[in-house]
Design a protein around this ligand. Structure first.
Ligand code: KIV
Ligand code: ZN
Length: 388
């Protein structure tokens, strides 16, 4: 098994399924370029058969992106697959991602098909797709809620037909980390030709566990591809968030033992671009990309970080694309943080007594004001010098 983890970004496909997040072709193109800059392995650019607009977007992305594989989603039917192949014709590296539901619930209530019909359609679609493209991914939709023995038969059949990646979606975000990881592990054991494919995880965030489930799919299940989106954008409560999963694997390489090829300094620019494009604001306390992710407000933490950053930082703000970490001055700040800010602002007070007096005024102000800005500090020092 390889120790390389493939990052498959689906911001432009599953992310766009977020109500209100629809993007124009130009917007998608801009995001695709940023994903390429970030060295994402696979960019799912859209669902070519879903509309002319999406077809054109996939085509445009395929024409310009050369370093990442460009992928289009397609239902398991010849028309969708042909349309995906057509849109991807200009790609340096192309992938067709075809899917059909395999859970009893979806097969009976949604598809109105029997198990045998679904199995047949899955394998015929992969066979058809394989004749059009060398890189085929297959997803059994609602895979995690499917009967594992039936699912194993489907996976075995599509691998035999040439699917190189098998992705097991937790379509409705129902999974629990240990159970999902174990499901992937048992499934792989039941598929005799499992080593001929790369196994992938695709988790939704309905119970807030998409990242944890994806990581368990890797660690326990042996998956080597994670499907994710920038800022966790996606249908309903969203998908596994790229920034969190990538930084978890990077920061805890001691535990996962895996390499990811992502240029992490491009993460924050990507997050900002997706947020500005879709209008979906990133919550301030969001891991990695939230405005407070590297901000320190408590005096004890500020003092620690000023002495040694790793006292309260497990990652470097600069490594994910922030200019620096932040010491937020407020009522919890201590003298050390205040002194440091004076220095950064080029304010030299002559004696310790002067610093102490300024610090007292700063604390008074901080009791009345939530956050103290640099302008406030300059003002409170200047006021005093004018009075004196
Ligand atoms: O969540 C899901 O099941 C999907 C598939 C189409 C891969 O997005
Ligand atoms: Zn999905």
């Amino acid at each position: 098994m390889t120790d390389r983890l493939i990052i498959f970004d689906t911001t432009l496909r599953d992310g766009e399924q977020s109500p209100g997040a629809s993007m124009t072709r130009e917007e998608k193109l801009r995001i695709a370029r940023q994903l390429e800059r970030m060295k994402v392995d696979v960019i799912e650019a859209g669902f070519a058969a879903s509309s002319n607009g999406d077809f054109e977007a996939v085509k445009a992305i395929a024409a310009v992106v050369k370093d990442s594989t460009v992928c289009s989603l397609a239902r398991a039917n010849d028309r969708d697959i042909s349309r995906a192949a057509e849109a991807l014709a200009g790609a340096g590296r192309a992938r067709i991602h075809t899917f059909i539901a395999t859970s009893e619930l979806h097969m009976e209530k949604k598809l109105r098909m029997t198990r045998e019909q679904v199995l047949e359609q899955a394998l015929l679609s992969v066979r058809f797709a394989r004749n059009l493209c060398g890189d085929i991914e297959f997803s059994p939709e609602d895979g995690y809620r499917s009967d594992i023995d039936f699912l194993a038969r489907v996976c075995e059949a599509v691998i035999r037909e040439g699917a190189g990646t098998i992705n097991i979606p937790d379509t409705v975000g129902y999974a629990i980390p240990e159970l999902y990881g174990d499901f992937i592990r048992r499934l792989r054991e039941k598929v005799p030709n499992s080593d001929n494919a790369i196994w992938s995880v695709h988790c939704h965030n309905d119970l807030g566990m998409a990242v944890a489930n994806s990581l368990a799919g890797v660690k326990i299940g042996g998956a080597r591809q994670i499907e994710c989106t920038i800022n966790g954008l996606g249908e309903r409560a969203g998908n596994c968030s790229l920034e969190e999963v990538v930084m978890a694997v990077r920061t805890r390489r001691d535990y996962f033992g895996l390499d990811v090829g992502i240029e992490t300094s491009q993460i924050v620019p990507a997050s900002k671009l997706v947020s500005q494009t879709t209008g979906f604001v990133v919550q301030p306390n969001k891991a990695v990309v939230g405005a407070n992710a590297f901000a320190h407000a408590s005096g004890i933490h500020q003092d620690g970080v000023l002495k040694a950053r790793d006292t309260y930082e497990i990652m470097r703000a600069e490594d994910v694309g922030w200019a620096a970490n932040k010491i937020v001055l407020g009522k919890l700040s201590g003298r050390n943080a205040f002194k440091q800010r004076l220095q950064e602002l080029g304010i030299e007070l002559e004696s310790e007594a002067e610093i102490n007096a300024a610090f007292v005024r700063f604390k008074d102000l901080a009791d009345r004001k939530n956050e103290i800005f640099d302008e406030d500090i300059v003002a409170l020092v200047m006021d005093e010098s004018v009075v004196n």
